[in-house]
Design a protein around this ligand. Structure first.
Ligand code: GLC
Length: 536
């Protein structure tokens, strides 16, 4: 329900990331599947109240990178079900008013994809230039110093033809060459295919990597690492300035091509389709490449800034203000606190920050994207390195969704072991347990989502930081008719904040609401509140 009729659906939506392998297992093989997702649509649409789901990859894949190594872009992997299951999911989702965004992976395929087996077979194969091939450097060795996001060189030597191919991720994930018109045509065809089968939009995997330097110029080497957070991906990232292995100006051209396909389908079908681009953290002035200056690129970033920001009022305010200023006309902000690649927030920052994080995410100006289980305040599930299937250990933030308190957590049929063990504390973390507790994290998320939907200032109002010090972050969200103050005490001391004028409590992080408020707001440590200020 868009309160402001001028806003597009993705501007008022809450998007929920579903990792199909870990959401719900209908087939009983221990691995989640599309029918499992369908069986939980009532929960998503009605109990939680989100507006759209983003489905991580469900395409045929050797699963070296858990489905981000695709061997057929226009089919469903039997692990996840059938093509018919996808149709059912879309139909059932649409029947509940839920949009379905799919993962679109344009930067690479699996090495098992017939395009690549053809390409690597000979120097003059017609699909040779669908991938990025290069001769060894003059003195031998890789053509450039580019590093893989999985560690080590990004170049893989292929003895059969004596050249290297680029693989910005695993060796089994060769990079596609967007400089080839035929490849572009084929990948845009993939997009057409899924839009034709009901997808409401795409999340573009590693959009920042699509355009590489045409002559593979070395990246400048950096002596001092820049970042101070622990990231499971990109072990070598900080050793270089990634100027040439990504982000070349042509990235906008390629994204604009995708946008034209989406716009065309929107016009033809009367249903607006959205593009959300995974954009790694980079200086704000490079962001325009993704959106274009004439609203001809993607609609939304998938913005990692809050994941990487220090959890301090100053850093969070800077991150929000940075995005507000960086986005060109027509683009819309997005906020994310966790996803399938990063440690969950409760693990990164500690459980005590979960409630304020929820309030922050759902009250900023922009589309919030939730990761499954985030609404339960889940932490990572430590399974031990010997059980990792992902070499980077990202499995620990991809554990089976705990639905009930019964053995196995209701993830699949009773008695079936799931691909990763269930959470041990099901009696407190599961959906069923949290629904029974009015003050649970799940009920906080539900309250925030409902309130956001019925509060025009939160859906579309302006953003203004009013305080970012002494442990507190306070900001105003306002339309001409309504003014809402969000006050978050991120610190370990209690705080007392003077309100600009009296107001009414809409919701606090302990799930209290609808109380009259005096001129001061007392906030216990690690707590927040949303106040609708009385009209002037
Ligand atoms: C994105 C995905 C990640 C994957 C990588 C390669 O960052 O989110 O899971 O490993 O791209 O496709």
């Amino acid at each position: 329900m868009a309160v402001n009729a001028a806003q597009e659906w993705w501007q008022t939506a809450v998007i929920y990331e579903v990792y199909p392998r870990s959401f719900a297992d209908a087939s009983g093989d221990g691995i989640g599947d599309l029918a499992g997702v369908t069986s939980k649509l009532d929960y998503l649409a009605n109990t939680l109240g989100v507006d759209a789901i983003w489905l991580c990859p469900f395409y045929p894949s050797p699963q070296v990178d858990f489905g981000y190594d695709v061997s057929d872009f226009t089919a469903v992997d039997p692990v996840f079900g059938t093509f018919g299951d996808f149709g059912t999911l879309v139909r059932e989702a649409h029947g509940r008013g839920l949009r379905v965004i799919i993962d679109y992976i344009p930067n690479h395929s699996s090495d098992q994809h017939p395009w690549f087996t053809g390409s690597r077979s000979s120097l003059d194969h017609p699909k040779r230039d669908w991938y990025v091939w290069a001769d060894p450097a003059p003195g031998g060795g890789p053509p450039s110093n580019w590093t893989s996001e999985m560690g080590g060189s990004a170049w893989q030597f292929d003895a059969a033809t004596g050249q290297y191919y680029l693989r910005s991720f695993h060796p089994e994930q060769p990079d596609l060459n967007w400089r080839s018109a035929a490849l572009r045509q084929a990948m845009l065809g993939v997009l057409e295919f899924w839009l034709g089968h009901g997808a409401d939009g795409i999340r573009i995997d590693v959009a920042h990597m699509l355009a590489k330097h045409p002559e593979f110029a070395d990246n400048p080497v950096r002596e001092q690492p820049l970042r101070n957070f622990t990231d499971r991906q990109h072990p070598d990232f900080d050793r270089q300035e990634h100027l040439n292995d990504r982000l070349q100006p042509e990235v906008h051209e390629y994204l604009a091509m995708m946008r034209r396909v989406l716009d065309d389908w929107s016009a033809r079908s009367g249903r607006k389709r959205v593009a959300m681009a995974e954009v790694e953290v980079m200086p704000w002035d490079r962001w325009s490449r993704f959106f274009g200056r004439r609203d001809d690129g993607v609609h939304l970033p998938f913005n990692f800034r809050l994941i990487e920001a220090d959890w301090s009022p100053q850093a969070l305010a800077a991150s929000v203000e940075g995005q507000e200023a960086a986005l060109p006309l027509g683009a819309w902000p997005n906020y994310v606190l966790q996803n399938h690649d990063r440690a969950r927030l409760a693990t990164r920052l500690g459980l005590r920050h979960v409630r304020n994080a929820a309030m922050l995410l759902l009250t900023l100006r922009g589309t919030p994207t939730l990761y499954y289980g985030e609404e339960l305040g889940l932490a990572d599930l430590p399974v031990g390195q010997e059980r990792w299937l992902d070499p980077l250990g990202r499995d620990e933030s991809r554990a089976p969704m705990p639905w009930t308190s019964e053995p196995g957590g209701g993830f699949g049929p009773l008695g079936v072991s799931s691909w990763l063990p269930p959470y041990p504390d099901l009696a407190t973390v599961s959906v069923a347990a949290q629904l029974r507790d009015p003050g649970s994290v799940l009920n906080l998320y539900r309250g925030l989502i409902t309130m956001r939907r019925s509060t025009p200032a939160l859906l579309g109002g302006r953003y203004e930081t009013v305080k970012a010090e002494d442990g507190c972050l306070c900001y105003l969200r306002s339309t001409d008719e309504q003014e809402v103050l969000v006050a978050l005490n991120l610190g370990a001391e209690s705080a007392s904040i003077e309100l600009p004028r009296p107001g009414r409590l809409l919701l606090d992080t302990s799930c209290h609401r609808r109380q009259a408020q005096r001129k001061r707001l007392d906030l216990p440590r690690y707590s927040g509140a949303i106040i609708e200020l009385d009209p002037n």
